[in-house]
Design a protein around this ligand. Structure first.
Ligand code: MG
Length: 455
Protein backbone atom coordinates (compact mmCIF):
# COMPACT_ATOMS: atom_id res chain seq x y z
CA UNK A 1 0.00 0.00 0.00
CA UNK A 2 2.95 2.27 -0.67
CA UNK A 3 0.76 4.43 -2.89
CA UNK A 4 -1.91 4.79 -0.17
CA UNK A 5 -4.68 3.38 -2.35
CA UNK A 6 -7.25 0.70 -1.67
CA UNK A 7 -6.38 -2.49 -3.54
CA UNK A 8 -9.12 -4.91 -2.59
CA UNK A 9 -12.01 -2.67 -1.61
CA UNK A 10 -13.82 -0.43 -4.09
CA UNK A 11 -16.22 2.46 -3.52
CA UNK A 12 -18.79 0.23 -1.78
CA UNK A 13 -16.86 -2.63 -0.20
CA UNK A 14 -15.16 -5.60 -1.79
CA UNK A 15 -16.97 -7.71 -4.41
CA UNK A 16 -16.15 -10.68 -6.58
CA UNK A 17 -17.38 -13.83 -8.25
CA UNK A 18 -18.07 -16.55 -5.68
CA UNK A 19 -15.56 -19.38 -5.78
CA UNK A 20 -13.11 -17.23 -7.76
CA UNK A 21 -12.05 -13.95 -6.11
CA UNK A 22 -14.78 -14.08 -3.44
CA UNK A 23 -14.14 -16.97 -1.05
CA UNK A 24 -14.72 -17.84 2.63
CA UNK A 25 -10.91 -17.69 3.06
CA UNK A 26 -10.88 -14.02 2.03
CA UNK A 27 -13.90 -13.15 4.20
CA UNK A 28 -12.33 -14.97 7.16
CA UNK A 29 -9.30 -12.67 6.83
CA UNK A 30 -11.53 -9.60 6.57
CA UNK A 31 -13.21 -10.78 9.79
CA UNK A 32 -9.88 -11.24 11.58
CA UNK A 33 -8.61 -7.85 10.35
CA UNK A 34 -11.77 -6.02 11.38
CA UNK A 35 -11.83 -7.81 14.76
CA UNK A 36 -8.23 -6.68 15.29
CA UNK A 37 -9.15 -3.05 14.53
CA UNK A 38 -12.58 -2.86 16.19
CA UNK A 39 -12.59 -5.19 19.21
CA UNK A 40 -16.02 -5.38 20.81
CA UNK A 41 -19.54 -6.27 19.60
CA UNK A 42 -20.11 -6.65 15.86
CA UNK A 43 -23.48 -6.90 14.09
CA UNK A 44 -23.73 -8.91 10.85
CA UNK A 45 -26.30 -9.32 8.10
CA UNK A 46 -26.58 -10.58 4.54
CA UNK A 47 -28.69 -10.23 1.44
CA UNK A 48 -30.42 -13.26 -0.13
CA UNK A 49 -27.52 -14.57 -2.25
CA UNK A 50 -26.97 -18.35 -2.24
CA UNK A 51 -23.39 -17.84 -1.02
CA UNK A 52 -24.43 -15.54 1.85
CA UNK A 53 -24.55 -18.15 4.60
CA UNK A 54 -21.10 -19.57 3.76
CA UNK A 55 -19.55 -16.09 3.71
CA UNK A 56 -21.27 -14.71 6.82
CA UNK A 57 -20.07 -17.72 8.79
CA UNK A 58 -16.52 -17.06 7.59
CA UNK A 59 -16.81 -13.42 8.73
CA UNK A 60 -18.14 -14.52 12.12
CA UNK A 61 -15.31 -17.06 12.54
CA UNK A 62 -12.69 -14.37 11.92
CA UNK A 63 -14.32 -11.86 14.25
CA UNK A 64 -14.81 -14.37 17.10
CA UNK A 65 -11.23 -15.61 16.73
CA UNK A 66 -10.16 -11.98 17.27
CA UNK A 67 -12.28 -11.88 20.45
CA UNK A 68 -15.37 -10.07 19.12
CA UNK A 69 -18.88 -11.03 20.19
CA UNK A 70 -21.07 -11.27 17.10
CA UNK A 71 -24.80 -10.79 16.57
CA UNK A 72 -26.15 -12.37 13.35
CA UNK A 73 -29.32 -10.64 12.10
CA UNK A 74 -29.82 -12.94 9.12
CA UNK A 75 -31.21 -11.46 5.89
CA UNK A 76 -31.87 -7.73 5.96
CA UNK A 77 -31.21 -4.59 3.84
CA UNK A 78 -27.87 -2.79 4.19
CA UNK A 79 -29.57 0.36 5.59
CA UNK A 80 -31.29 -1.80 8.25
CA UNK A 81 -27.92 -3.16 9.37
CA UNK A 82 -26.44 0.35 9.35
CA UNK A 83 -29.34 1.56 11.48
CA UNK A 84 -28.75 -1.24 14.02
CA UNK A 85 -24.97 -0.69 14.15
CA UNK A 86 -25.22 3.05 14.73
CA UNK A 87 -24.40 3.82 18.35
CA UNK A 88 -25.16 0.24 19.49
CA UNK A 89 -22.26 -1.81 18.05
CA UNK A 90 -18.51 -1.41 17.59
CA UNK A 91 -18.73 -2.38 13.89
CA UNK A 92 -20.92 -4.08 11.31
CA UNK A 93 -20.41 -6.51 8.43
CA UNK A 94 -22.85 -6.79 5.54
CA UNK A 95 -22.47 -9.72 3.14
CA UNK A 96 -23.81 -8.38 -0.15
CA UNK A 97 -22.94 -7.64 -3.77
CA UNK A 98 -25.68 -4.99 -3.97
CA UNK A 99 -26.87 -4.79 -7.60
CA UNK A 100 -24.36 -7.27 -9.11
CA UNK A 101 -25.55 -10.51 -10.78
CA UNK A 102 -26.22 -13.64 -8.65
CA UNK A 103 -22.74 -15.16 -9.10
CA UNK A 104 -21.22 -12.24 -7.19
CA UNK A 105 -21.02 -11.59 -3.48
CA UNK A 106 -19.08 -9.18 -1.30
CA UNK A 107 -18.50 -7.46 2.02
CA UNK A 108 -19.38 -3.96 3.21
CA UNK A 109 -17.76 -2.91 6.49
CA UNK A 110 -19.76 -0.57 8.72
CA UNK A 111 -18.28 1.83 11.28
CA UNK A 112 -19.79 2.38 14.78
CA UNK A 113 -21.56 5.55 13.53
CA UNK A 114 -23.43 3.50 10.89
CA UNK A 115 -21.48 4.82 7.88
CA UNK A 116 -19.48 2.62 5.53
CA UNK A 117 -15.77 2.46 6.38
CA UNK A 118 -13.87 5.37 4.77
CA UNK A 119 -10.73 5.19 2.62
CA UNK A 120 -8.07 5.70 5.33
CA UNK A 121 -9.42 3.00 7.66
CA UNK A 122 -10.08 0.62 4.76
CA UNK A 123 -6.42 0.95 3.71
CA UNK A 124 -5.45 0.06 7.32
CA UNK A 125 -7.76 -2.97 7.19
CA UNK A 126 -6.16 -4.09 3.92
CA UNK A 127 -2.69 -3.69 5.45
CA UNK A 128 -3.65 -6.07 8.29
CA UNK A 129 -5.09 -8.48 5.74
CA UNK A 130 -2.19 -8.51 3.27
CA UNK A 131 0.41 -8.77 6.05
CA UNK A 132 -1.54 -11.48 7.92
CA UNK A 133 -1.25 -9.21 10.96
CA UNK A 134 -4.14 -10.19 13.24
CA UNK A 135 -4.60 -9.98 17.02
CA UNK A 136 -6.12 -13.37 17.71
CA UNK A 137 -7.14 -14.20 21.28
CA UNK A 138 -6.50 -17.20 23.53
CA UNK A 139 -9.03 -19.98 24.09
CA UNK A 140 -10.69 -18.34 27.08
CA UNK A 141 -11.39 -15.02 25.27
CA UNK A 142 -12.82 -16.26 21.95
CA UNK A 143 -16.02 -14.34 21.10
CA UNK A 144 -19.60 -15.53 21.51
CA UNK A 145 -22.32 -15.71 18.86
CA UNK A 146 -25.94 -14.61 19.21
CA UNK A 147 -28.56 -14.93 16.47
CA UNK A 148 -31.38 -12.39 16.46
CA UNK A 149 -33.44 -12.61 13.28
CA UNK A 150 -35.98 -10.07 14.54
CA UNK A 151 -33.59 -7.14 15.00
CA UNK A 152 -34.44 -5.85 11.52
CA UNK A 153 -37.93 -4.98 12.81
CA UNK A 154 -36.36 -2.08 14.72
CA UNK A 155 -35.41 -0.54 11.38
CA UNK A 156 -38.96 -1.01 10.03
CA UNK A 157 -40.29 0.67 13.23
CA UNK A 158 -37.89 3.60 12.82
CA UNK A 159 -38.91 4.27 9.21
CA UNK A 160 -42.65 3.97 10.01
CA UNK A 161 -42.28 6.32 12.99
CA UNK A 162 -40.74 9.00 10.73
CA UNK A 163 -44.21 9.73 9.28
CA UNK A 164 -47.59 10.55 10.86
CA UNK A 165 -49.76 7.45 11.48
CA UNK A 166 -51.98 6.57 8.52
CA UNK A 167 -49.96 8.59 5.96
CA UNK A 168 -50.65 5.92 3.33
CA UNK A 169 -54.32 5.31 4.16
CA UNK A 170 -56.32 4.46 1.04
CA UNK A 171 -53.24 4.31 -1.22
CA UNK A 172 -52.44 1.19 -3.23
CA UNK A 173 -48.75 0.55 -3.95
CA UNK A 174 -46.78 -2.15 -5.78
CA UNK A 175 -43.40 -3.38 -4.51
CA UNK A 176 -40.66 -5.33 -6.33
CA UNK A 177 -37.92 -6.34 -3.89
CA UNK A 178 -36.40 -8.43 -6.70
CA UNK A 179 -36.21 -11.48 -4.38
CA UNK A 180 -33.63 -9.49 -2.41
CA UNK A 181 -33.30 -8.26 1.16
CA UNK A 182 -36.13 -5.71 0.98
CA UNK A 183 -38.65 -8.58 0.82
CA UNK A 184 -38.54 -8.55 4.63
CA UNK A 185 -38.89 -4.79 5.08
CA UNK A 186 -40.42 -2.56 2.36
CA UNK A 187 -43.82 -4.34 2.10
CA UNK A 188 -44.02 -4.23 5.92
CA UNK A 189 -43.10 -0.53 6.06
CA UNK A 190 -45.71 0.45 3.47
CA UNK A 191 -48.43 -1.76 5.00
CA UNK A 192 -47.85 -0.21 8.41
CA UNK A 193 -48.14 3.27 6.87
CA UNK A 194 -51.67 2.29 5.87
CA UNK A 195 -51.07 1.33 2.21
CA UNK A 196 -52.61 -1.62 0.43
CA UNK A 197 -49.52 -3.46 -0.80
CA UNK A 198 -49.06 -5.82 -3.77
CA UNK A 199 -45.70 -7.49 -4.37
CA UNK A 200 -43.88 -9.12 -7.26
CA UNK A 201 -40.61 -11.03 -6.69
CA UNK A 202 -41.49 -10.79 -2.99
CA UNK A 203 -40.01 -14.16 -2.03
CA UNK A 204 -36.38 -14.31 -0.91
CA UNK A 205 -34.38 -16.21 -3.52
CA UNK A 206 -30.66 -15.78 -4.14
CA UNK A 207 -30.98 -17.17 -7.65
CA UNK A 208 -32.99 -14.02 -8.49
CA UNK A 209 -35.44 -15.84 -10.78
CA UNK A 210 -37.70 -12.82 -11.46
CA UNK A 211 -35.15 -10.24 -12.51
CA UNK A 212 -31.50 -9.31 -11.93
CA UNK A 213 -30.64 -7.46 -8.69
CA UNK A 214 -30.03 -4.22 -10.66
CA UNK A 215 -33.48 -2.57 -10.90
CA UNK A 216 -33.19 -1.55 -14.57
CA UNK A 217 -36.07 -0.23 -16.67
CA UNK A 218 -36.00 -3.49 -18.62
CA UNK A 219 -36.25 -5.62 -15.45
CA UNK A 220 -39.23 -3.71 -14.07
CA UNK A 221 -41.78 -4.66 -16.75
CA UNK A 222 -43.47 -7.04 -14.30
CA UNK A 223 -43.74 -4.28 -11.72
CA UNK A 224 -45.25 -1.92 -14.32
CA UNK A 225 -47.87 -4.53 -15.20
CA UNK A 226 -48.67 -5.03 -11.51
CA UNK A 227 -49.12 -1.26 -11.09
CA UNK A 228 -51.52 -1.07 -14.03
CA UNK A 229 -53.39 -4.20 -12.98
CA UNK A 230 -53.94 -3.07 -9.38
CA UNK A 231 -54.45 0.66 -9.96
CA UNK A 232 -51.46 1.39 -7.71
CA UNK A 233 -50.31 4.99 -7.13
CA UNK A 234 -46.73 3.90 -7.87
CA UNK A 235 -44.41 0.94 -8.03
CA UNK A 236 -41.11 0.77 -6.17
CA UNK A 237 -38.18 -1.60 -6.78
CA UNK A 238 -34.90 -2.10 -4.97
CA UNK A 239 -31.45 -3.42 -5.74
CA UNK A 240 -30.29 -6.61 -3.95
CA UNK A 241 -29.47 -4.95 -0.61
CA UNK A 242 -32.13 -2.21 -0.82
CA UNK A 243 -30.03 0.87 -0.22
CA UNK A 244 -31.41 2.15 -3.53
CA UNK A 245 -35.00 2.62 -4.76
CA UNK A 246 -36.33 3.21 -8.23
CA UNK A 247 -39.93 3.96 -9.19
CA UNK A 248 -42.55 3.57 -11.89
CA UNK A 249 -45.50 5.97 -12.00
CA UNK A 250 -49.21 5.09 -11.86
CA UNK A 251 -49.11 4.25 -15.58
CA UNK A 252 -46.12 1.96 -15.15
CA UNK A 253 -43.63 4.39 -16.76
CA UNK A 254 -40.06 4.24 -15.43
CA UNK A 255 -38.91 7.36 -13.56
CA UNK A 256 -35.31 8.50 -14.02
CA UNK A 257 -33.29 8.39 -10.83
CA UNK A 258 -32.35 12.08 -11.05
CA UNK A 259 -36.05 12.95 -11.33
CA UNK A 260 -36.79 10.77 -8.29
CA UNK A 261 -34.01 12.59 -6.42
CA UNK A 262 -35.46 15.96 -7.51
CA UNK A 263 -38.97 15.07 -6.37
CA UNK A 264 -37.78 14.13 -2.87
CA UNK A 265 -35.49 17.19 -2.77
CA UNK A 266 -38.50 19.36 -3.66
CA UNK A 267 -40.46 17.91 -0.74
CA UNK A 268 -37.61 18.29 1.78
CA UNK A 269 -36.33 21.71 0.66
CA UNK A 270 -39.85 23.15 0.62
CA UNK A 271 -40.09 22.49 4.35
CA UNK A 272 -36.50 23.10 5.47
CA UNK A 273 -33.81 25.57 4.43
CA UNK A 274 -30.27 24.27 4.12
CA UNK A 275 -27.76 22.32 2.09
CA UNK A 276 -28.20 19.33 -0.25
CA UNK A 277 -25.04 17.20 -0.70
CA UNK A 278 -24.47 15.21 -3.89
CA UNK A 279 -21.65 14.00 -6.20
CA UNK A 280 -20.41 16.08 -9.14
CA UNK A 281 -22.11 13.60 -11.49
CA UNK A 282 -25.66 14.52 -10.40
CA UNK A 283 -28.06 16.38 -12.70
CA UNK A 284 -28.38 20.17 -12.36
CA UNK A 285 -32.05 19.41 -11.84
CA UNK A 286 -31.25 18.94 -8.14
CA UNK A 287 -29.49 22.32 -7.94
CA UNK A 288 -32.38 24.03 -9.73
CA UNK A 289 -34.99 22.52 -7.37
CA UNK A 290 -32.88 23.37 -4.29
CA UNK A 291 -32.44 26.98 -5.46
CA UNK A 292 -36.17 27.43 -5.95
CA UNK A 293 -36.61 26.83 -2.23
CA UNK A 294 -33.61 28.92 -1.15
CA UNK A 295 -31.40 25.86 -0.57
CA UNK A 296 -27.87 25.31 -1.90
CA UNK A 297 -25.93 22.30 -3.20
CA UNK A 298 -22.49 21.09 -2.06
CA UNK A 299 -20.59 18.65 -4.30
CA UNK A 300 -18.45 15.60 -3.51
CA UNK A 301 -16.52 12.97 -5.47
CA UNK A 302 -18.68 10.13 -6.81
CA UNK A 303 -19.54 7.56 -4.10
CA UNK A 304 -22.17 7.47 -1.38
CA UNK A 305 -19.56 7.30 1.37
CA UNK A 306 -18.22 10.72 0.32
CA UNK A 307 -21.74 12.16 0.34
CA UNK A 308 -22.52 10.69 3.79
CA UNK A 309 -19.22 11.88 5.28
CA UNK A 310 -19.54 15.39 3.85
CA UNK A 311 -23.06 15.61 5.30
CA UNK A 312 -21.70 14.67 8.73
CA UNK A 313 -18.73 17.05 8.46
CA UNK A 314 -20.91 20.01 7.45
CA UNK A 315 -23.35 19.30 10.29
CA UNK A 316 -20.44 19.07 12.76
CA UNK A 317 -19.35 22.50 11.53
CA UNK A 318 -22.81 23.85 12.35
CA UNK A 319 -24.07 23.93 8.73
CA UNK A 320 -27.74 23.04 8.11
CA UNK A 321 -27.64 19.90 5.93
CA UNK A 322 -31.16 18.80 5.00
CA UNK A 323 -30.66 16.05 2.41
CA UNK A 324 -28.14 14.14 0.33
CA UNK A 325 -27.98 11.52 -2.36
CA UNK A 326 -26.73 10.16 -5.64
CA UNK A 327 -28.43 10.22 -9.04
CA UNK A 328 -28.87 6.44 -8.95
CA UNK A 329 -31.78 6.18 -6.49
CA UNK A 330 -29.56 6.15 -3.38
CA UNK A 331 -30.89 8.91 -1.11
CA UNK A 332 -29.71 9.89 2.40
CA UNK A 333 -31.96 11.36 5.11
CA UNK A 334 -29.79 12.98 7.82
CA UNK A 335 -32.53 13.01 10.46
CA UNK A 336 -32.83 9.23 10.07
CA UNK A 337 -29.26 8.06 9.39
CA UNK A 338 -26.17 8.77 7.26
CA UNK A 339 -26.50 6.15 4.57
CA UNK A 340 -28.54 5.49 1.44
CA UNK A 341 -31.89 4.09 2.46
CA UNK A 342 -34.24 2.41 -0.03
CA UNK A 343 -37.02 1.65 2.46
CA UNK A 344 -37.06 5.24 3.65
CA UNK A 345 -37.27 6.48 0.05
CA UNK A 346 -40.27 4.19 -0.66
CA UNK A 347 -41.98 5.59 2.47
CA UNK A 348 -41.11 9.13 1.40
CA UNK A 349 -42.88 8.61 -1.94
CA UNK A 350 -46.07 7.66 -0.06
CA UNK A 351 -45.81 10.89 1.96
CA UNK A 352 -45.15 13.02 -1.16
CA UNK A 353 -48.16 11.62 -3.05
CA UNK A 354 -50.46 11.75 -0.01
CA UNK A 355 -49.46 15.40 0.54
CA UNK A 356 -49.82 16.55 -3.06
CA UNK A 357 -53.02 14.70 -3.98
CA UNK A 358 -51.76 14.58 -7.60
CA UNK A 359 -50.63 11.57 -9.65
CA UNK A 360 -46.90 10.79 -9.74
CA UNK A 361 -46.77 11.27 -13.54
CA UNK A 362 -48.07 14.84 -13.11
CA UNK A 363 -45.46 15.64 -10.45
CA UNK A 364 -42.69 14.32 -12.71
CA UNK A 365 -44.01 16.23 -15.73
CA UNK A 366 -43.79 19.43 -13.65
CA UNK A 367 -40.01 19.10 -13.17
CA UNK A 368 -37.63 21.12 -15.39
CA UNK A 369 -36.35 19.15 -18.39
CA UNK A 370 -32.68 18.45 -18.99
CA UNK A 371 -30.84 16.50 -21.67
CA UNK A 372 -28.09 14.22 -20.34
CA UNK A 373 -25.57 12.33 -22.47
CA UNK A 374 -23.67 9.45 -20.82
CA UNK A 375 -20.94 7.43 -22.48
CA UNK A 376 -17.77 5.50 -21.80
CA UNK A 377 -14.61 5.65 -23.96
CA UNK A 378 -11.42 3.57 -23.82
CA UNK A 379 -8.00 5.13 -23.30
CA UNK A 380 -4.59 4.10 -21.98
CA UNK A 381 -3.77 7.64 -20.86
CA UNK A 382 -6.52 8.70 -18.48
CA UNK A 383 -4.41 11.36 -16.74
CA UNK A 384 -3.12 12.81 -20.03
CA UNK A 385 -6.70 13.13 -21.22
CA UNK A 386 -7.80 14.93 -18.03
CA UNK A 387 -4.74 17.22 -18.18
CA UNK A 388 -5.54 18.13 -21.80
CA UNK A 389 -9.09 19.08 -20.82
CA UNK A 390 -7.81 21.12 -17.86
CA UNK A 391 -5.48 22.99 -20.25
CA UNK A 392 -8.15 23.58 -22.89
CA UNK A 393 -10.66 24.91 -20.34
CA UNK A 394 -8.15 26.75 -18.11
CA UNK A 395 -9.69 29.87 -16.63
CA UNK A 396 -13.22 28.48 -16.98
CA UNK A 397 -15.40 27.15 -14.17
CA UNK A 398 -13.54 23.87 -13.46
CA UNK A 399 -13.98 21.37 -10.59
CA UNK A 400 -11.18 18.79 -10.23
CA UNK A 401 -12.40 16.85 -7.19
CA UNK A 402 -13.24 13.75 -9.26
CA UNK A 403 -11.96 13.78 -12.84
CA UNK A 404 -12.83 17.15 -14.37
CA UNK A 405 -16.19 18.91 -14.33
CA UNK A 406 -16.57 21.98 -16.52
CA UNK A 407 -19.56 24.28 -15.95
CA UNK A 408 -20.64 26.76 -18.65
CA UNK A 409 -23.84 28.44 -17.54
CA UNK A 410 -26.63 25.84 -17.62
CA UNK A 411 -24.46 23.34 -19.56
CA UNK A 412 -21.81 21.16 -17.94
CA UNK A 413 -19.62 18.18 -18.65
CA UNK A 414 -17.84 15.66 -16.42
CA UNK A 415 -15.01 13.36 -17.53
CA UNK A 416 -14.08 10.79 -14.88
CA UNK A 417 -11.37 8.14 -15.11
CA UNK A 418 -12.28 4.62 -13.99
CA UNK A 419 -10.38 3.74 -10.81
CA UNK A 420 -9.23 0.35 -12.08
CA UNK A 421 -9.87 0.02 -15.82
CA UNK A 422 -8.62 1.77 -18.99
CA UNK A 423 -11.62 3.96 -19.70
CA UNK A 424 -13.20 7.30 -18.79
CA UNK A 425 -16.87 8.12 -18.28
CA UNK A 426 -18.26 11.19 -19.99
CA UNK A 427 -21.40 12.98 -18.83
CA UNK A 428 -22.78 16.11 -20.50
CA UNK A 429 -25.97 17.88 -19.48
CA UNK A 430 -27.86 20.99 -20.47
CA UNK A 431 -31.33 22.47 -20.27
CA UNK A 432 -31.13 22.74 -24.10
CA UNK A 433 -30.62 19.56 -26.13
CA UNK A 434 -28.62 21.31 -28.86
CA UNK A 435 -26.24 22.85 -26.30
CA UNK A 436 -25.65 19.41 -24.73
CA UNK A 437 -24.74 17.95 -28.13
CA UNK A 438 -22.47 20.85 -29.00
CA UNK A 439 -20.59 20.69 -25.71
CA UNK A 440 -20.22 16.92 -26.04
CA UNK A 441 -18.58 17.47 -29.45
CA UNK A 442 -16.34 20.16 -28.03
CA UNK A 443 -15.13 17.74 -25.32
CA UNK A 444 -14.65 14.91 -27.83
CA UNK A 445 -12.34 17.10 -29.93
CA UNK A 446 -9.93 17.17 -26.99
CA UNK A 447 -10.58 13.55 -25.95
CA UNK A 448 -10.36 11.81 -29.37
CA UNK A 449 -6.52 11.83 -29.73
CA UNK A 450 -6.31 9.83 -26.47
CA UNK A 451 -8.67 7.03 -27.47
CA UNK A 452 -7.41 3.48 -27.97
CA UNK A 453 -10.50 2.43 -29.94
CA UNK A 454 -12.29 4.35 -32.66
CA UNK A 455 -15.45 6.17 -31.54
MG1 MG B 1 -27.02 -1.51 -3.08
Amino acid sequence: MADGKKQLFGTNGVRGVVGESMTPALVLKIGMALGTMRPGRVCLGRDTRTSGLALINAAKAGLMAAGCDVVDCGVLPTPALQYLVRDAFDAGVMITASHNPPEYNGVKVIEPDGTEMGDAETIRLEEHLFADRFSLVAWDRVGQQTEDLRLGERYVDAVVRSFPAGTGSGMTVAVDPGCGAAASTTPAILSRMGCRVFTINGQMDGRFPGRLPEPSEEGLRGLSELVRGTGAAFGVAHDGDADRSVFVDEQGAFIGENQEFALVADEICRNRQGIVVTPVSTSNLIREIARRHGCSVEYTPVGSIYVARKMRDLLSAGKPVVFGGEGNGGLIYPEHQFCRDGGMTAAMMVAILAGSGRPLSTLIAGLPRYTMINRKVHTDDKQGLIDALALKFAGKNIDLRDGIRIDQGTTWGLVRPSGTEPFVRITVESDREQAARQFHEELMEVISPFLTRPV
